[in-house]
Design a protein around this ligand. Structure first.
Ligand code: 5AD
Ligand code: SF4
Length: 454
């Protein structure tokens, strides 16, 4: 008899992809994914610890699930992801109602762990070993297993493909090197095989995923294959059926001229680039251990725009990093005004366990962080709106992502969401159509479909 699985995912695209992998692995064991936690035989909380707030959310949800577990003791409750990795002991001690704690490197073991719990062989399963991050086989095992499993049609026309795991950069504020381990690149043959399987199933948009995709192939045995990220991009782009190609996330220090050139030369590489800058002050960047300056960042932005004038740039910003002065923050605002990002994710700095910046003096008061965040976000909203207005009157290609009673939602290759209220009926998710932009808001565009080009 099939069992129902509910996964609640917090955090980044890496986590979204991990949740998909878990779903795929467990589908082989007869689990059926459900959106309704009350119907689930197994609930997994896939957690994120990148910022303090994300971690707090996890602990309050786990607390709230205590009563559910009391009402339904046979239901299994598990925690996966970065919080499980980092705070496994704390969860184990404070949360006796949690049956299963699985770190970031061990999710491929979930089927056997769930089996043991269900058979009553064990009453609790904990796997937070990080050794795996230093050795290739478990990593390959996980990814190869997941790529062999067909993707459910409902999962749509766009997919993530993991090309590397972990991070070796040790930015001073970041938990990722601790929670996801050292950087490991996946062999190119496995990546290409996975993309071919997806494209054959009708997936049209691929996003290559890693903490720092720009350094793909440089840090482990994959280097022996002599493949770098631009070469990988060209190979993936050439696979039949891949209509749109994206990647995330990039580190500015590893952005090479060769990669920039790809934006001019690869037709199906989308003109959209997420390039986290974090701060506009060199003093802050130094303390963040980012290994680039504002000047080199701006120079790369300029060169990127020369290669691809319509490229939409997005970034991440941390405000209130320890020691950030008013002048440092002003430098971030100056950078925002100069680059005029198409979008950004901005956060108040928070201390994370075992990171270097936790030890830094001169912590910025919470009220100051809040004011700086609002100032930044208000200015970014204005810029977004102005940028969006630049699309009015233009004809753009959109890929349909969703359809409902009020019309369709599509996305441009520059990653803008376009709502089309009066779209023709036969359109389906995955279809590529041309739309004329007729209206701009802060966060999306409104379009009119003019002709269907396929
Ligand atoms: N505090 C605030 N923001 C952080 N980020 C990473 N660590 C922290 C932290 N300790 C942000 C960075 C990163 C994004 C994913 O999260 O901007 O690019
Ligand atoms: Fe964290 Fe820096 Fe690695 Fe990004 S590059 S995951 S911010 S350590």
């Amino acid at each position: 008899m099939s069992k129902n699985l509910h996964i609640k995912t917090f955090g980044c695209q890496m986590n979204e992809r991990d949740s998909e992998i878990i779903e795929q692995l467990l589908a082989q064991e007869g689990y059926v994914a459900t959106m309704e936690p009350e119907r689930a035989d197994v609930i997994l909380i896939n957690t994120c610890s990148i910022r303090e707030k994300a971690e707090q959310k996890v602990f309050s949800l786990l607390g709230a699930l205590r009563t559910e577990k009391q009402k339904k003791p046979q239901m299994l409750l598990g925690v996966t992801g970065c919080v499980a990795q980092q705070e496994g002991m704390q969860i184990s001690e404070r949360m006796p109602h949690v049956d299963l704690i699985v770190g970031t490197q061990q999710i491929y073991r979930l089927p056997e762990m769930l089996d043991r719990l269900q058979q009553g062989v064990t009453s609790r399963e904990i796997a937070t070993d990080m050794e795996a991050s230093f050795t290739i086989p478990p990593f390959q095992k996980l990814l190869t297993a997941s790529s062999a499993i067909p993707v459910a049609a409902a999962q749509g026309c766009k997919r993530f493909v993991t090309i590397m795991q972990g991070c070796d950069n040790f930015c001073s504020y970041c938990v990722v090197p601790n929670t996801r381990g050292r950087e490991i690149s996946r062999p190119m043959t496995d990546i290409l095989e996975e993309v071919e399987i997806l494209a054959a199933q009708g997936v049209r948009e691929i996003t290559l995923l890693g903490q720092n995709v720009n350094s793909y192939g440089t840090t482990n045995p994959v280097a022996a294959q002599q493949v770098n990220f631009p070469q990988l991009l060209r190979e993936v782009a050439a696979i039949k059926g891949v209509r749109r190609l994206r990647f995330t996330t990039s580190h500015p220090k590893d952005l090479t001229e060769e990669l920039m050139r790809c934006f001019a030369e690869i037709d199906n590489l989308c003109p959209h680039f997420h390039l986290p800058v974090q701060s506009g002050s060199n003093a802050v960047l130094r303390r963040m251990n980012r290994k680039y300056t504002v000047e080199t960042y701006l120079d790369k932005v300029e060169r990127l725009r020369r290669y691809r004038p319509d490229i939409a740039l997005a970034t991440d910003i941390i405000v209130g990093f320890p020691g950030e002065t008013d002048d440092d923050f002003q430098a971030t605002m100056d950078l925002l005004n100069q680059v005029r990002f198409h979008g950004s994710f901005s956060f108040k700095y928070s201390d994370r366990p075992h990171t270097r910046s936790t030890e830094f003096d001169d912590k910025v008061p919470e009220e100051v962080k809040s004011i700086r965040l609002t100032t930044f976000q208000e200015r970014q909203d204005t810029i977004c709106f102005k940028r969006n207005c630049e699309y009015i009157g233009k004809e753009v290609e959109i890929m349909i992502e969703a359809k409902n009673a009020t019309g369709i939602k599509g996305r441009t290759s520059s990653n803008h969401i376009v709502h089309c209220p009066d779209a023709p009926a036969p359109l389906l998710p995955g279809d590529l159509v041309m739309a004329r932009i007729v209206h701009a808001g802060n966060h999306s565009l409104k379009g009119k479909i003019e002709n269907q080009h396929e």
